[in-house]
Design a binder for this molecule. Sequence first.
Ligand SMILES: [Mn+2]
Length: 461
Amino acid sequence: MLQENADWIAEQFQACRLGDVRRTNRLLKVAGHMLESPEQSLPQQNAAWSDVKAAYRLFAAKGVSFAEVASPHWELTRQTAPGRYLLISDTTDDDQGTHKATQGLSQLGNGQGRGLQLHSCLMVESDTGIVRGTAGALVHYRPIVSKRETRTQRLKRIRESELWGRLVDAVGSPPEGAQWIHVFDRGGDNFEAFCHLKLSRCDWVVRAAKLNRNVIDSSGNKVFLKEALEAATVLGHYELALRSRPGQRARRAQLEVASLAVQFPRPHIKSAYVKQCGITSIEMNVVIVREIDAPKGVKPICWVLLTNLPVETFEEAWQVIEDYERRWLIEEYHKVLKSGCNMEGHALRTTQRLEPLLALTSVIGVRLLQLKTIARTEPETKAKHRIPFDWLQVLKALKPRIDLASLTVYQFFRELAKLGGFLARKHDGEPGWQTIWRGHQKIHAVLFGMELERKRNKNCG
Ligand SMILES: [Mn+2]
């Protein structure tokens, strides 16, 4: 069941320890305003000037940090019932390039941008794809690195590749009966990250970044992974419809699924952490998805996934592929943060103030993502079992012809999008989430009016 916005906000932020209960109350207020119009700036969200000033004061206060603001949400997310969960991590840039005055930013990308990096871990229910929330996040400032940096210097500083393992540690181990599976793209493929994963009692599915690396094959020979793959056992085939892309026509790709088991030996060049943790080799199951008979001039699909999950049968390998395919959710989350929550538009004077605001934004973004994805994950469920009663009542008031008893979640979100300007013509396809969000805001404007009315009646009576 989706909660009412106010209940949800209270649950996420009530437990924040900010050194003073008045600060927590202020945070609840700022969060409520942010959720009402997440795409706007702080002064727009907090209409009264006194509220804007109070928000700025809050983010400037000592003890109001990135971790303090977000950790109650992280802890809530991590309280998983027995079951199977995916923990999808990735990094996104928070480009603050237009805010020249902010102190403490570092360089981004090819050195053109200025900002910071947000590395988050999104937790998703494996069977349904339902987004639970973020289980942890880190802020990283990319250092300006000299071209003449030595190998020792590189291993000493905090590298981006290290973020993956550090976040695994911060997220920790699953509670009794729950299975946590970390999903990384190629950025997270490094021996150090695998050591953290192994020690955390979590499972993993990671896309291989490089195939020309040493592994030990089943007969104990040291070979390149690329060569070892030739001995993989073919488990089955499937067909994938690929949409057209610039320079490529739509096609139906024939894919072969194969698997094998290898050992990843500890690399020669190792960080202090790898030396300390004492792991000298990691057993790795490999799933290969490769296109056969690709048309001429087309680069055939080839994915190599590294996992500790079993991959001996087609069903097992298929599960690993499905787990990896859920990665789009974190891309979507980053999109929501940028285009839905104005992440890069918020300007504060120092990064010390920007960080708690970013933490707040990262939690509010979860709410937007949940609203967006529930229409996809549970389309046929009756809306009355999932959508707050008040929202349905307002929709009914605005559109009397709707039958609330039979309305599904899918239909509810279509109606919401229509309130937000979606035309629902045949060729319009599925509504984008901006229109869904605008419809959601309309419903809340009505609810807000009703609340005022109720208060006034109470005062008169
Ligand atoms: Mn990535």
